[in-house]
Design a protein around this ligand. Structure first.
Ligand code: CTP
Length: 400
């Protein structure tokens, strides 16, 4: 029971994901929490208050006062009682109101009165999630210290597929444990470098050589290390991912040469690095400063190798630093990964195979194997990139 005795106010808003609130209440109770559920009026249309009242062993609060007997539900006392206010699911409507300071229901007034840590697990359709109004609200709330438990990608209730599915209840509980339990911050005071995303090697002003890396795995590693207390410098190639944790400093780069320089600048001051970027191995020998015009002739590009950033850091690494790399392979996976680990002086290597469905580029899941120089091989199941990032962070904590 990692959250023994903690008081959690769980705010449930009007989303189809409200059914997951029932599972969340059960998990929180199992971790030893006392849970008080608040619902917005619309949330009652999605899940019966009786279900949540039974699971939490407390009456559900919706209104400012009980319409039967006039008893006042004090949002101020609730805000003080709570060790954490968790809003899951958090709709676009509630998030935008929170960022604007609107207080037209008990959940919103409790948010404004809360002295505790606040967590929100957004749930909505992808187009709503991407809308500037919602993104601005998320950024505002994150800058005020609200911990966002990022939504995943998958089938949405709208029938569309995309980003906006509420994080799984297990992930929300992990986010709470990492934040609320002091021993859950084993990397306090540590500093890590993480590389993420692809690099783009310019051919001419409109074209480049790139790859399919989304940056999601590297961002998940950075978020996890930060959630465990570390300060993270995230050197990232072009991606659409955003880092929300206040302890992450993003250094955006484009080419392998820029990524190398950014890494060399910071690596000596760190406790280690996780090399999750898909760095281009070759760049055009020459970059044209004018757009190359089409002609009927064949066009050949001469490519020259980029510098191996991980190998360079491996040569600079001191005994007190941990260096971890990735290997994305299509064949002879473990042999290639072992070879990379030795060549680049990694303390461990995270292997993913493109032969495993759901692993590797773009998706929200990964199936990793962690190989160590002593021959240890740990194989993990297909799981969310956040969970896989947790395995990597566990390994780093064990090595430090
Ligand atoms: N890496 C790096 N700089 C490069 C190439 C790779 O930092 N120029 C890092 C990656 O971030 C990863 C590890 O090295 O952690 C292995 O990358 P990968 O592309 O799989 O290996 P390569 O050495 O490029 O071998 P190959 O492309 O032949 O598989």
């Amino acid at each position: 029971m990692r959250l023994e005795g903690k008081h959690i106010v769980l705010g449930v808003t009007g989303s189809i994901a409200a059914y997951k609130a029932a599972i969340l209440v059960r998990l929180l109770k199992k971790e030893g929490c006392e849970v008080q559920v608040l619902m917005t009026p619309t949330a009652r249309e999605f899940i019966a208050p009786l279900t949540l009242a039974t699971l939490s062993s407390r009456p559900i609060l919706v209104d400012f006062f009980d319409p039967e007997n006039g008893a006042w539900n004090s949002h101020v006392s609730l805000g003080i009682w709570a060790d954490a206010l968790v809003i899951a699911p958090a709709t676009a409507n509630t998030l935008c109101k929170m960022s604007a300071g609107i207080a037209d229901n008990l959940l919103l007034t409790t948010y404004l009165s809360a002295r505790s840590e606040v967590f929100a697990a957004p749930a909505m359709d992808e187009d709503m999630y991407r809308h500037t109004a919602v993104q601005t609200a998320l950024e505002t709330l994150a800058s005020r210290g609200v911990h966002m438990v990022e939504p995943g990608t998958g089938f949405l209730a709208s029938g569309l597929e995309g980003k906006g599915r509420m994080a799984e209840p297990e992930e929300i509980v992990e986010a709470l444990v990492q934040r609320l339990v002091p021993s859950g911050l084993p990397l306090q005071g540590r500093h890590f470098l993480v590389t993420a995303g692809p690099t783009y090697e310019q051919i001419d002003p409109v074209r480049y050589i790139g790859n399919h890396s989304s940056g999601k795995m590297g961002f998940a590693v950075a978020e996890t290390l930060a959630a465990r207390g570390a300060h993270v410098t995230l050197v990232t190639g072009p991606t659409s991912c955003t880092a929300r944790h206040p302890q992450i400093t993003c250094v955006p780069v484009v080419s392998a040469a820029e990524m190398l320089q950014a890494c060399l600048d910071v690596f000596p001051q760190t406790d280690g690095a996780v090399m999750a970027a898909a760095v281009a191995d070759y760049r055009p020998a020459q970059t044209s400063d004018r757009k190359i015009k089409k002609s009927a002739e064949t066009l050949s590009l001469t490519l020259c190798p980029t510098e191996d950033i991980a190998a360079r850091l491996g040569a600079l690494k001191t005994d007190r630093q941990v260096l971890a790399g990735f290997a994305l392979e299509t064949d002879d996976e473990e042999a290639h990964a072992l070879d990379k680990m030795q060549r680049k002086h990694f303390d461990f290597i995270v292997l993913n195979s493109l032969r495993d469905e759901g692993a590797g580029f773009r998706g929200d899941t990964n199936k990793i194997t962690i190989l160590s120089p002593d021959g240890d091989v740990a194989r993990f199941p297909l799981e969310s990139k956040q969970r896989a990032a947790g395995r990597i962070a566990d390994r780093i904590c064990a090595l430090l």
